[in-house]
Design a protein around this ligand. Structure first.
Ligand SMILES: O=C(O)CCC(=O)C(=O)O
Length: 230
């Protein structure tokens, strides 16, 4: 460990039990690379303030969202139609794929304009993602808290997501946990987050019993034993 490195955020492999895991690399991108990508993607993506349905009520999402992918994605009562990725995003996806060994075909982008922008507790467990999806999350810009809560006992843990970081969420994480980026009372700079996902089919697709999802394929390739999601 070099002098002073104890103060820097360190990579983390979190085995959360029950086949759920997180892998965090705080400095996946170096500072200038991460800053340049923020500028490029903020300009290249089309940002929208979109409604979603929460407890039967339509509300505006408390952040701007953008996306790219060849297949439509439906979540929380809204559908994101197919949309082409700008070149900067295609290049970033190739880097995430090379690093994780996973394929992705859909990206959801969130732009948190300030500390009031947030995402509430949720899980990304749409059937179209298949069992045990591997979701790779790249953060750019301000550091924000990432809170995850075990569904069974509601126990919460918090970690920080730094600009330039890569967080992989895998195994049963989307089935056994919810996650959020809560509001911050401090004045924070904008943050851009990209979650890379693999959609096996259009809304309504269901995985058949003998079929492997992309998350299961990657786990098998890494020698990780998965338990069926509960
Ligand atoms: O901004 C983040 O780190 C999380 C984003 C997220 O949970 C989502 O897009 O589903």
């Amino acid at each position: 460990m070099s002098p002073g490195s104890a103060d820097l955020p360190q990579p983390k492999d979190l085995d959360l039990g029950g086949g759920s895991w997180l892998r965090y690399e705080p400095r996946w991108l170096d500072g200038p690379d991460a800053r340049a990508l923020f500028v490029d993607l903020e300009q290249a993506l089309e940002w929208e303030l979109r409604p979603i349905v929460v407890f039967g009520r339509e509300v505006l999402q408390p952040r701007l969202i953008g996306w790219a992918g060849a297949v439509a994605y439906r979540y929380s009562g809204q559908e994101l139609p197919p949309r082409m990725a700008p070149p900067a995003l295609t290049e970033l996806q190739a880097r995430v794929e090379a690093h994780t060994g996973a394929r992705f075909n859909h990206v959801v982008a969130n732009l948190y304009r300030d500390g009031q922008d947030h995402v509430s507790m949720h899980a990304d467990a749409e059937p179209e993602l298949g069992r045990c999806p591997l979701i790779a999350s790249v953060s750019l810009g301000a550091t924000r808290a990432f809170v995850f809560q075990r569904k069974r006992n509601r126990r919460r843990r918090t970690m920080k997501l730094h600009g330039g970081s890569l967080l992989e969420m895998g195994g049963g994480f989307q089935h056994q946990f919810r996650h959020s980026v809560p509001r911050s009372s401090r004045a924070v700079e904008p943050r851009l987050n990209l979650t890379f996902r693999y959609l096996h089919g259009p809304p309504g697709w269901r995985q058949s019993t003998g079929e492997l999802s992309e998350g299961e394929r990657v786990a098998a390739a890494r020698g990780v034993v998965l338990r069926p999601p509960r």
